[in-house]
Design a protein around this ligand. Structure first.
Ligand code: TMP
Ligand code: ASP
Length: 262
């Protein structure tokens, strides 16, 4: 497979036309952005790790009955997914105060929230993804009330499952972002989980040390970004002990030979 049609390039991924109608290939880049792309960089090997971590989580979510776009991982940087119409609403789920909620409401980072908070942001880079409510979503027709009911339902189930999943590997799931899409079947559509779930869009703190194992290392210039992502993958058993550099070196080797698809 060589020159496929590129459908879209985002900040961390490229989407290509898939091999069959209704499918898409998601290519995970090493590019990282923060603060609405005001800060840009690369985290060498991030794409490989996010591809694996997201595959792992989407597979497990599928097994508990959450409908997702994930079909299968194709290679180190690509996965085959179902084509959906992305709902332009980013769903943020918070269990512990951190990031923008701490800043906006003056709540000390690390404060456990007495209940899970669901927030919605309008997915529009030019506007800086402003926070919105159900009222805006309904008013501007970004999603129907039935769709948002399903979105909220799934977000809570996903959060419950993921809190346990991460707790099992000694990680606290502080908050994370989800995106959903419409899967069309003739005139009907249903909402399924789309995009990715990786340390790019989650806050993950080590349960005992509170060490940050996510993109805040990049946002806050803490260093050790790729090591943190590797640690998450390693705890899930996705990297055989001691083989981390081999996996990433192999990917570099492939890239150098210009063979991304094998
Ligand atoms: P926030 O505290 O900056 O609002 O972020 C909440 C969570 O959502 C955090 O885990 C990072 C994730 N997130 C994204 O994935 N993309 C974004 O554009 C933003 C703003 C947050
Ligand atoms: N996703 C980035 C962040 O979390 C924002 C951006 O991509 O611009 O800060």
């Amino acid at each position: 497979m060589s020159r496929r049609r590129q459908i879209y390039e985002g900040k961390a991924k490229i989407l290509y036309e898939g091999p069959e109608p209704g499918t898409i290939i998601q290519y995970f880049k090493d590019d990282a952005t923060a603060f609405n792309a005001q800060k840009k960089g690369t985290i060498s090997g991030k794409g490989v790790l996010n591809n694996r971590i997201s595959e792992h989580i989407f597979t497990l979510l599928g097994q508990i009955g959450i409908p997702t776009h994930f079909i299968r991982r194709l290679n180190m940087r690509e996965q085959l997914v179902r084509q959906v119409e992305i709902i332009p609403v980013e769903v943020v789920i918070r269990n512990v105060a951190a990031g923008s909620i701490s800043k906006r409401l003056g709540i000390e980072e690390g404060t456990a929230l007495p209940r899970t908070i669901l927030e919605y942001y309008y997915k529009d880079d030019a506007l800086g993804d402003p926070m919105i409510t159900d009222e805006h979503i309904a008013c501007f027709g970004w999603a129907s009330q039935e769709e948002m009911h399903d979105v909220a339902d799934m977000a809570i189930r996903i959060n419950d499952f993921m809190c346990g999943l991460f707790a099992g590997v000694g990680i606290r799931l502080i908050d994370f972002k989800l995106e959903f899409g419409r899967l069309w079947d003739g005139d009907y559509s249903r909402v399924i989980l789309a995009d990715e779930i990786s340390p790019d869009g989650c806050r993950l703190w080590d349960s005992t040390t509170n060490e940050k194992l996510d993109k805040d290392r990049f946002r806050q210039d803490l260093g050790g970004e790729v090591e943190a992502y590797q640690e998450v993958a390693r705890r899930f058993g996705l990297l055989p002990e001691g083989s981390v550099s081999t996996v990433l070196d192999l990917d570099e080797h492939r890239k150098a030979r210009g063979k991304k698809d094998s």
